[in-house]
Ligand binder design. Structure first.
Ligand code: NAD
Length: 374
């Protein structure tokens, strides 16, 4: 069994799918690991560490594509590349299959078994494979640091001989995995933090981190799906929410936005007129930027200044912490491989909910019910 590891080629992608530590674990189980030369460099894992783990360093990318039984990557390889995989090969990466139906059909027709790391169900048993949580947590942490860096102010209260400086005020919108980590990081840096989420369930988690939960009356209707994700609000409720947030934005030095709704564009929580009312020098870091953004004025991949407010639309935040992001992704990958491999061979046991939901294509069929149910 050969596990291939490619050097990522997508713009802004600095992570690697398998670290030397996990490579050593696989080699110990009798698996051959082929790592493309330089694959780990941007995450500070030089080739010699892979060699020491027992992996082979391969400089010919084609050899890895055509020879691997299991190819592990972060981003989906380009079409010309995944077409080179042998029939029956297994590809494991972030596929974002719901957003790329054509890709799914191609992988099915090529008879590649494709597993989407982003399709791992958010259940307790799959926690050690939950790449969405590992990466969101990094994104939340990094967003708080970017905000602190962009702000022309101290975050903590400072008592100086020249006078006392009050602590900065931060507002975090969306308190899922990323939002909670942003709250924790801003608190550690000494900011006074408020947070809001349409799922009232998270109030307790926000408060346990020492932040204040902003209450918005959204009525009795359920705002959460059975899977624990947020539902899209109707127009009236969105307006109500924005009115409430408007007042809190005015008072905030930092706003970190993280609100997402699966399969939908990110909800607009901050309109232009709300930015206009914010203090000059304040900062918005919009983690939802890749999904359209939570602020109307966000420009993805850029930092822009509008009405004196800096608005950051960051690119691939997990990649900016590439060493730890790679370590966590790789450990999540290892846990999934351990579930998939039995006596060193793949066993697609679809009685197992994790394998069923994560397997996008197998033996010329589309498997995951996440795709079959539309
Ligand atoms: P996400 O990235 O889909 O969304 C981020 C946050 O934005 C969510 O908290 C969501 O409620 C919020 N949001 C959406 N619309 C909003 C709006 N209009 N205003 C304010 N906030 C809005 O979420 P996530 O971080 O991936 O977490 C989703 C769920 O999965 C949570 O319930 C989480 O507890 C759960 N989860 C479970 C496990 C597990 O059991 N293994 C692991 C991780 C996450």
């Amino acid at each position: 069994m050969i596990v291939g590891v490619l050097k990522e080629t997508a713009e802004h992608e600095r992570r690697v799918a398998l670290t030397p530590e996990v490579s050593a674990q696989l080699v110990k189980q009798g698996i051959e690991v082929w790592t493309e030369s330089g694959a780990g460099l941007e995450s500070n894992f030089p080739d010699h560490e892979y060699e020491e783990s027992g992996a082979s360093i391969v400089s010919d990318r084609n050899k890895i594509l055509t020879g691997s039984d299991i190819l592990v990557t972060i981003q989906t390889p380009d079409e010309e590349e995944f077409k080179k995989l042998k029939k029956g090969a297994i590809l494991i990466c972030l596929l974002w299959a719901l957003q790329h139906p054509e890709l799914v059909k191609q992988l099915r027709d090529l008879e590649v078994s494709a597993l989407g790391m982003d399709f791992i169900p958010r259940i307790s048993r799959a926690q050690n494979m939950d790449v969405l949580s590992s990466m969101s947590s990094i994104a939340g942490y990094k967003a708080a640091l970017i905000a602190a860096n962009e702000l022309d102010k101290y975050l903590p209260m400072m008592m100086t001989a020249a006078g006392t400086i009050p602590p900065s005020k931060s507002l975090v919108l969306g308190a899922g995995v990323a939002g909670l980590q942003a709250i924790a990081t801003l608190k550690r840096l000494g900011s006074v933090v408020e947070a809001f989420d349409i799922r009232p369930e998270v109030k307790e988690q926000v408060e346990s981190l020492g932040a204040k939960f902003v209450e918005v009356e959204l009525g009795e209707e359920e705002t959460q799906t059975e899977g624990g994700y947020a539902k899209e609000l109707d127009q009236k409720k969105q307006d109500l929410q924005r009115q409430a947030i408007h007042e809190h934005c005015k008072k905030s030095d930092i706003v970190v936005t993280t609100a997402l709704i699966p399969g939908r564009p990110a909800p607009i929580l901050i309109k232009e007129e709300m930015v206009k009312d914010m203090s000059p020098g304040s900062v918005i870091v919009d983690i939802a930027s890749e999904n359209g953004g939570n602020c109307e004025l966000t420009e993805h991949g850029k930092t822009v200044e509008k009405y004196g407010v800096k608005i950051v639309g960051p690119n691939n935040l997990p990649s900016q912490l590439s060493l730890h992001a790679s370590k966590l992704y790789s450990k999540n990958m290892y846990a999934l491989l351990n579930l998939l491999l039995e006596d060193g061979k793949p066993n697609f046991n679809f009685e197992d909910e994790i394998l069923l939901k994560t397997t996008v294509t197998h033996q010329g069929e589309i498997i995951s019910p996440m795709l079959k149910n539309g």
